[in-house]
Write a protein that binds this ligand. Structure first.
Ligand SMILES: Cc1ncc(COP(=O)(O)O)c(C=O)c1O
Length: 335
């Protein structure tokens, strides 16, 4: 008997795959994988820069934005300095900081939102780097242009603010920051993006940061040669070129996200409105969470039990298509 394929809704990948143009670009390169890739991925960096109206000296690409996060902490934060982030945020900020023997201080969210007012009192002389994921993983909430501007105006320019926009392409809320515009006035702002989500290239491992030339140079100097593999470079360039794929994925995600959110909101579960490609569901009791996780798995749907990142009593559920989302709502209503 053939086993049914698992529907992976646990890692915020693009449910709709990737652009067919990306697959063509990869196929074209396969016969040449005996060659090393570019020593520095300058072609990709200049394609990204062009789209942001920046110079390639403002862009550094790496094997996933997680590699860039590692590089930022490594090259910008000294042992006696600190990193600051929120309690429910991308767990790697804290894990990597502590892994490098440095201190990561944690501000509390308010109503599942990265509230700047809770973060500002924790800024001190040792603070060097602030990580804000926007949309936030795992809650899917965003903070506005005004909030980020307030933060940047309230802190010394010697503190770097990393705005992690891994899910920015999914956002439909108009109050979302125009980070490129903020960068004009605040050179301590670093914009972080990923090809793993909307572009559907999680398996290729590509991410990048945009920032001022001095900061980016530091990151480039500390990275290993050949940071991106031969296929990933061309795949990312092809992904950038296919704007239609991005706008169609955004549209489908937006309507399915609304459908799933509305359906889950009618159940007893606390579901947070999201601007990303996943929803955060909070339970009163661990048992309820475990029951939903298990019943979805029986339907071959894998979601993320956030206890692996230290977040209790909650699941993060990726947005699927109508059939899958209907199934998720049905399982949730039986909990
Ligand atoms: C907010 C956020 N930032 C960064 C990453 C890392 O992405 P990648 O290393 O695949 O580019 C993730 C992955 O889930 C994420 O959720």
């Amino acid at each position: 008997m053939r086993s049914k394929k698992i529907v992976r809704l646990n890692a915020n990948e693009n449910f709709y795959g990737c652009s067919s143009k990306v697959l063509d670009a990869i196929r074209k390169k396969i016969p040449e994988v005996n060659f090393y890739p570019d020593y520095h991925p300058s072609m990709l960096e200049s394609e990204i820069a062009k789209r942001l109206n920046l110079l390639s000296s403002n862009i550094v690409a790496g094997a996933g934005s997680v590699r860039i996060i590692e590089g930022l902490i490594y090259s910008l934060v000294n042992k006696n300095e600190e990193v600051l982030t929120f309690d429910r945020s991308f767990a790697m900020y804290r894990i990597i900081t502590e892994g490098q023997g440095k201190v990561c201080r944690i501000a509390k969210q308010k109503d599942y939102i990265n509230d700047i007012n809770n973060l500002l009192p924790l800024v001190n002389k040792k603070t060097k780097l602030i990580f804000i994921d926007n949309p936030c993983n795992p809650t899917g909430t965003i903070i506005s242009h005004k909030s980020i501007e307030k933060l940047l105006k309230s802190i010394p320019s010697s503190i770097f603010v990393v705005l992690d926009e891994a899910y920015s392409e999914y956002v439909t809320d108009k109050s979302y920051p125009d980070s490129r515009k903020l960068f004009e006035n605040f050179p301590n702002l670093i914009i972080l993006r990923s090809f793993s989500k909307m572009y559907g290239l999680a398996g290729m491992r590509v991410g990048y940061a945009a920032g001022n030339e001095k900061t980016i140079l530091k990151l480039k100097e500390s990275r290993i040669p050949y940071p991106l593999n031969y296929l990933a470079i061309d795949a990312s360039i092809a992904a950038l070129e296919d704007e239609k794929f991005v706008s169609e994925s955004r549209k489908k995600n937006d309507s399915e996200r609304t459908f799933l959110y509305e359906g889950l909101s009618k159940t007893n579960l606390r579901t947070v409105a999201s601007q990303a490609n996943f929803l955060f569901v909070h339970f009163d009791h661990n048992m309820e969470k475990e029951n939903l996780f298990a019943s979805l798995l029986t339907e071959n749907i894998l979601v993320c039990d956030l206890s692996i990142f230290g977040f209790d009593k909650c699941l993060r559920i990726g947005v699927g298509d109508r059939k899958i989302n209907t199934k998720i709502i049905q399982c949730a209503s039986e909990i």
